[in-house]
Design a protein around this ligand. Sequence first.
Ligand SMILES: [Fe+2]
Ligand SMILES: [Fe+2]
Length: 403
Amino acid sequence: MHDDHDDDHDHHHHDPEMEERIFKSDDFQHARSEMEKILIRPGVRASKNPTITRRVFIHKALLAGTAAGAAMAGWLPRINTFDVAYAQQGKPTETFRFAWISDTHLYPKEVNTRFVEKAVRAVQEVQAMNPPADFLIFGGDLAQLGDPVELELGAEILKEIKAKKYFIPGEHDWYLDMGATWNKMFGVSPWTFDHKGVRFIGLDTISRAADFWTVRKMSPKERMGHMATLDGGLGGAWAGVGVEQLDFMTKTLSNWPKDQPIIIFSHNPLYEYYPPWNFWVRDWQMVHEVLKPYTNVTNLHGHCHQVLYNEIGGIRSVGMLATSWPWPYAPEGVPQLTKPMTRVDPGDPFDGVGWGKMTFDPKKLEVGYDYMMWRQDIFSDSLADSGTGDNPTQHVYPRPEGR
Ligand SMILES: [Fe+2]
Ligand SMILES: [Fe+2]
């Protein structure tokens, strides 16, 4: 599969029967239990205190009128909110919100305006948030092929958001000039800051690939092309955190109370979701080792372009939506705690994509996550998916017109 999106619709080969067969096969179940033995240490899981409940809000939302009108009208369906209710008292008490946008994959305007429109729409909606976002995190893949024209277009679009902006890179932003333009325009990662009782860390998970291009005498464009391929063999296991950033995390967290909230931003998921598509970082076990002492860790990541939740040890991972296109779920390799949720509708370019809204309530020490998903109609409904004990079954049914 290639990230080559004149038509997003080529990427959906959803065959529920086949998936069911794979899922039920002995091989698959065996692989899963092997994986769990490695991933889930005995007696360790995301702390019960914070307790997690996950709410899903389904609104029958019919899209009418223009994007801008819709943004103003507040029609957006809110799905997949989960709360982290923290039973401990104390620490500053001010509710705040922040927004996530990632994976805009902008082409130059002459090539493709559809992704431009969606990025603009997300920006308008973030800017219209009321109460406003304290800051925006841009989670990488601003550009499609790392072209400075694309990065500048992205910066121009994001300028409309007046709140403070933080950036981490994606592989599509990087491999044309090895991050030179990105770092100059958006700053170098990793970084950290504290905000109202939460420690935030931004990681660069994309710049540490082994050099596969020099001996092959690849041009920067060819190198970028390989990195812009979902299942590219040459880029191989390019995603990683690296020793310096592991040290950075260790140092940054050494003075942080073990039970205080930590939110880590990364482009790639910090676990092994599906290596054939590079949905992982290769040194994820080391990352988990560094984070093991901390009991309230949330990782927000991009790159997978889909609704995704997972919990490994004490760490919960939330995959955020892309604005550009939704990837299908990986055919295998998802640890059991992940329950795939709402399937996307391949016939609707606004379905399965969007941005993210986070609300932190320090009175209860509670973080709420809203996927701001754009869709013309609701065809699927999930009460909960976090695998934390309060999860009724997922219900999926066809769109009314498809019945
Ligand atoms: Fe992406
Ligand atoms: Fe990516």
